[in-house]
Design a protein around this ligand. Sequence first.
Ligand code: SF4
Length: 328
Amino acid sequence: MNKIRALALFSGGLDSLLAMKLLIEQGIEVIGLYFDTGFGGKAEEEKQAYLKRVADKIGAKLEIVDIKDQFIQEILFDPKYGYGKNFNPCIDCHANMIRAAKALLPKYNAKFIISGEVVGQRPMSQRFDALKKVASLSTADGLILRPLSAKLLPPTIPEQKGWVDREKLLAIQGRSREVQMRLAKEWGIEEYESPSGGCLLTDQYFSQKLKEHIKYDDFTSEDADLLKWGRHFRLPEGAKLVVSRNQEENERLKALKLGKYERFSLPLPGPISVLSKNVSGADKELAARIALTYSKAKPEQIYEVQIGQESILTAPLASKEEARRFMV
Ligand code: SF4
């Protein structure tokens, strides 16, 4: 007999792992969907390797679903239920994932959706009324099973139809992590991320940079990638400059696919930098000077810095302190 199959919203956090494992224990085949908004953490390849490892550990399959552009265009800047503490539109984001998962049910021949939400656990996305808002926004009510809190919620279609045994689901509520910790131990789940799954939109500094960015420019997934790395500067005539901080960031900035920006390096050991295209001559020269300031350039010595087609003869600023005036 074919197994019942379910799609899970899989953030990488412990709750989503436990929700999936609870159903796997009931003989349900679970596919963990990781919705990649572009904000899930700094290094995507490390995140994906982690997701694969932990999904394997509990016996789930993993699918990565790229929703970067859709998330930026439709959710990030106009969430119906606003933001959490930082730039995180959690209620709308969650509802968006549920809608996307619902649309994928036929593709995977799956019958319902699992979410690791816990009633009353997190201040914004998991309050009881927030769960209802998510359900009404996502138009998948009845098909979303929240195994960790299911016994506190009305029976869902998978429970009513007998695909899932409600008695084996849980009634966790509140912020205590006691039951989750016990289950993690029991099932040997030792590796897991924080509840936000490392989402950068919950990070104060990242959110500040994002807010600053949208005062000057529209925002694309290229900007989301760029915001993750380097020191960010806003130059007097509006250009954005990013200067790497170390060898790893050099490699990251080299690997970025750039459209609105161009990369430049220096004629001596130093950082890779990224600058907005089509900037004023004054901003271009200042960009070269700031980048030189973070290199091994000697004060007051003139260097030739190539930015795009232009060759700029200039010296570093007097100090990093001076450069920091332009830092975002
Ligand atoms: S923490 Fe980030 S990924 Fe998770 S629901 Fe909130 S905005 Fe979405």
